[in-house]
Structure formats: structure tokens, C-alpha cells
Design a protein around this ligand. Structure first.
Ligand SMILES: Nc1ncnc2c1ncn2[C@@H]1O[C@H](COP(=O)(O)OP(=O)(O)O)[C@@H](O)[C@H]1O
Ligand code: SF4
Ligand SMILES: [Mg+2]
Length: 322
């Protein structure tokens, strides 16, 4: 097995706003090895973005409280000094956000924004060397270098997202976090961007944490999959394990797959999971999925978390398998 790049251990995030406590991330354990793509899957409110922001030390200072460990290249980032985190952000770990306009600066030409990252990463490069790298990176993401003098608003949605990706990879990060990178794009453009990201990832050999609620994207891009519900990882394994219909799965994972259109039978028999994701300020006792679970038993309704069943690399947190 390859070397571990990032290890999140027994990690929790709690927000306190107006005396309301939200347990957004609960006892999360995740590992990303070098060169691996991990898909973090779950509905809105599952705690995916909070996990990503925690890795970068970008959670709001006064409202978020964290505990546990985030070990990156052997060092714990939880409680690390801002100076240390700043050195890691944008150099070793970079992030692509869902909405490119929140991270692209509208008043600077895209070439300048990419050049800034390159210069921040390596301040010894000459002007010519930086310009050459900008051209290379633009080409890598499928944008003609001749467009480097344009401003973000001159690009379409898909092209803006490519610019974002160019900025994120400009420092050749060890870990790229992509938080719903294609959600704002239409389906054909989504497929192009994902295909491009996959080939870039292969070429650069970087590890990726891909956050999405789209299992189709996971199938096309990821090596490992973690399913998140109510701030917890309820199932975790290789892509083959989580997508293998002949295996047992967490009832929530089953529900996610049942709510996908079945293209093989061409019928629209979608069975959405009934009920709503609980708000993290009102998480139920026992198994957090129990109010929605078709297999719910008495034991699921009270006490702490269900036991975690580990079968090789495949983990399921559920009473059904005890
Ligand atoms: N800054 C914040 N303050 C208070 N609650 C927050 C904050 N950010 C997120 N939350 C809450 O934490 C929960 C998880 O949010 P988030 O991590 O964004 O989930 P996801 O990315 O899976 O949709 C949500 O219910 C959200 O309302
Ligand atoms: S622990 Fe119980 S309620 Fe939770 S997913 Fe398993 S069977 Fe359903
Ligand atoms: Mg999110």
C-alpha cells in the first residue's frame, strides 16, 4: 500500500451560534494515500464542506470548535499556528470551490492570478519562467494560452471552473480538495471538467479529496469512497467495494443508489430516501439515520453510535451486521 498523505482521526466540528450547538462533523476517520482520489459523498448538510475547511484551517474562528487530529505529512494541523497553515495552503494543499466567482478575483486577468500562485510558490523564478509556466498550466486545463489576458467575466461557467483548477494546480499541490467542483455546471460541461481533472490528477500524481453528492462522478473519478451522513462516515471502502451490488451496504448507501435513475432498464423508478437530513443541532439519539431507515430496530433508536464493521478495507457503521 502506498504512503499515507493525510489522516483524519476521530475528528469533530461543533458550531455554536446564538447558543445553538450544531454537531456538524462527528468522530470522522479518513485516510488519503499518496496519489489516491477519495470521494466524500453525502447530501447537503452532511458535514462535507466543514471537513474540507478544517483540513485547511479555514473554519470560522469564533463559532467553530474542533477536536481530534488531522495529520498531514506526519504533522498535526489541528491547533497548528496560522503561519504554518498559510505555508501549507496554496502550496501543499489547495482547494477548488463550488462557485468559481467566490474565489476568482474579478479585477485581475486570469494569467496574473495564476502567475501570483506560481510566484508565491517559488519566488526565484524569472519573469519569463513564470510566463512560460502560466502558458503550460492553461494548456493543461484546456484553455488556449492566448486567453491569459482576459478577465474572469469573459469566460463561460465551465471555462471559469477550468481557470479555478489552473490556479489550484499552479503550485503542484500534494493534495487537491475539490468541493462540488462541477455542481454549478451543466451536465455535458461537468463531464468534460471531470475528465480533465482525472487526466490531470494522473499526470501530476497528486492526491484528491473530491466532495460531491453525485455518485456518477464518484464512479468516474475515485479510488476510494466515504459516505457521510449526519456528520459521520457511515460507510467507507474502495470504489469496487462501495459500488458492488452483491455486497452488504449501509441502508443510507442503499438509498443513495436506489434514488439513481437506472439507465440499463430505462425506467424512471426512482425511490428517494424518505424524510430529511437532520439538522446538526437536532441529531437523533442512537443511529442518526434511524428516523429514515427502512430496517430500523429497537437497538437503533437509543444509545450511542452503531458499531463499525470492518471487513478488510470496507467499513459499515450499522447494527444490521452485528
Ligand atoms: N459557519 C457555520 N456556522 C454554523 N453552522 C454551520 C456553519 N457552517 C456550516 N454549518 C452547519 O453545519 C452543517 C454541515 O454543513 P456543511 O459542512 O456545509 O455540509 P455539506 O458541505 O455536506 O453540505 C449544516 O447543517 C450547516 O448548517
Ligand atoms: S443502525 Fe439501524 S437505523 Fe441505523 S442504518 Fe443500521 S439498521 Fe438502519
Ligand atoms: Mg458543502
Amino acid at each position: 500500500m502506498s504512503e499515507k498523505l493525510l489522516e483524519i482521526k476521530n475528528f469533530n466540528v461543533r458550531y455554536t451560534t446564538d447558543k445553538v450547538i450544531s454537531r456538524a462533523v462527528n468522530h470522522v476517520n479518513l485516510t488519503i494515500h499518496k496519489g489516491e482520489v477519495l470521494g466524500l459523498v453525502g447530501e447537503t448538510g452532511a458535514g462535507k464542506t466543514s471537513t474540507a475547511l478544517a483540513i485547511l484551517g479555514l473554519l470560522p474562528k469564533y463559532t467553530a470548535e474542533v477536536d481530534g487530529e488531522i495529520i498531514f505529512e506526519g504533522e498535526n494541523l489541528v491547533g497548528a499556528r496560522e503561519k504554518k497553515l498559510r505555508a501549507i495552503r496554496g502550496k501543499k494543499i489547495s482547494m477548488i470551490f463550488q462557485d468559481p466567482m467566490t474565489s476568482l478575483n474579478p479585477v485581475f486577468r486570469v494569467g496574473e492570478q495564476i502567475a501570483d500562485v506560481i510566484k508565491f510558490h517559488d519566488n526565484k523564478l524569472s519573469h519569463g519562467e513564470v510566463a512560460e509556466k502560466v502558458d503550460d498550466i492553461l494548456k493543461m486545463v484546456g484553455i488556449p494560452a492566448s486567453r491569459k489576458g482576459e478577465y474572469p467575466h469573459q469566460f463561460s461557467g465551465g471555462m471559469k471552473q477550468r481557470v479555478m483548477i489552473a490556479i489550484a494546480i499552479a503550485c503542484n499541490p500534494d493534495l487537491l480538495i475539490a468541493d462540488e467542483p462541477t455542481t454549478a455546471l451543466d451536465v455535458t460541461i461537468q463531464a468534460q471538467v471531470i475528465k480533465m481533472m482525472r487526466s490531470l490528477q494522473k499526470e501530476l500524481g497528486s492526491s484528491v479529496l473530491l466532495i460531491t453528492h453525485d455518485l456518477g462522478i464518484v464512479a468516474n473519478f475515485c479510488d476510494k469512497v466515504a459516505i457521510m451522513y449526519g456528520g459521520e462516515i457511515v460507510e467507507n471502502g474502495t470504489l469496487e467495494e462501495v459500488f458492488d451490488k452483491s455486497r452488504k451496504h449501509h441502508p443510507y448507501t442503499e438509498g443513495l443508489f436506489a434514488s439513481l435513475p437506472d439507465i440499463t432498464t430505462r425506467t424512471e423508478r426512482l425511490t428517494p430516501i424518505k424524510g430529511l437530513t437532520p439538522h446538526p443541532s437536532e441529531l437523533p439519539e442512537g443511529c442518526k439515520f434511524h428516523p429514515r431507515c427502512p430496517y430500523c430496530m429497537d437497538v437503533c433508536r437509543s444509545g450511542g453510535n452503531p458499531p463499525q464493521h470492518q471487513n478488510g478495507t470496507h467499513m459499515i457503521q450499522c447494527h444490521l451486521f452485528s
